[in-house]
Design a protein around this ligand. Structure first.
Ligand SMILES: C[S@@+](CC[C@H](N)C(=O)[O-])C[C@H]1O[C@@H](n2cnc3c(N)ncnc32)[C@H](O)[C@@H]1O
Length: 222
């Protein structure tokens, strides 16, 4: 959830995109349509999604999970870039994901995206019950912030050893260091960041990248 990178400033943000972004027209069209919506700030920033794409290509990813799909920008970008990639996408909103479906169809990637409309934790629990532990190469977590910890635990089960888990919004526009901000999402992200840091040794490698609204990437240990 961030249309650009935190703290970069408009001119430097524009420069960064100008000299680094390679965005297919189909993705640009979806991003422009989304940016005109009242909930525009929920879209993942293009430079962050491009980083995710690069990491997923390095993993030779074939199966991915997205927790929080919105208008489908990330899933469109990733499936267009990787013809062998199949994704399971979770969301609770028919309205947001109807836009995603239109753009997936127009780009002919819809047959590789399995959209699950239900609370994401329910979908993740079902995938585990159905035996998909270790079946995914990566998971991108970008939904309701207070539930991230549960999503991380489930994704650690669903992602294969050596696989990637990425979490969006870990810097939460800087609110995580504001002692006056004790809203539930801020407290949840603050506690999550501490917990992820403590849990890392022995479970996963971790890096917190100041791109977009803050992206933590984790590599599950072999
Ligand atoms: C920040 S947006 C996701 C942005 C998206 N990753 C992208 O590429 O632009 C968050 C999404 O999470 C969804 N969401 C919120 N709570 C959820 C829940 N409990 N389960 C599944 N999805 C949820 C919202 O409907 C919204 O579409």
């Amino acid at each position: 959830m961030a249309t650009s990178t935190l703290g970069l400033g408009q001119s430097l943000q524009e420069y960064l995109l100008e000299v680094s972004l390679h965005e297919p027209d189909a993705c640009l069209r979806l991003r422009q349509q989304t940016l005109a919506m009242p909930d525009a700030n929920m879209i993942s920033s293009p430079e962050q999604v491009q980083l995710l794409m690069l990491l997923c290509k390095m993993l030779n990813a074939r199966n991915g999970l997205e927790v929080g799909t919105f208008t489908g920008y990330t899933s469109l970008r990733l499936t267009m870039a990787m013809p062998d990639l199949k994704m399971t996408c979770c969301d609770i909103s028919e309205a947001f994901t109807s836009i995603a479906r239109e753009h997936w169809q127009a780009a002919a990637v819809d047959d590789r995206i399995d959209l699950q409309i239900a609370p994401a934790q329910q979908t993740l629990d079902r995938l585990i019950d159905e035996g998909f532990e270790g079946a995914y190469d990566f998971a991108y977590i970008d939904a309701d912030k207070s539930a991230y910890r549960g999503y991380v635990e489930s994704c650690l089960a669903l992602v294969r050893p050596g696989g990637l888990i990425a979490l969006d919004n870990v810097l939460w526009s800087g609110a995580v260091i504001d002692p006056e901000d004790n809203s539930s999402d801020t407290v949840a992200l603050r506690e999550l960041n501490q917990w992820l840091h403590q849990q890392a040794p022995g479970r996963y490698d971790l890096s917190m990248i100041p791109i977009g609204d803050g992206l933590t990437v984790m590599r599950k240990y072999l």
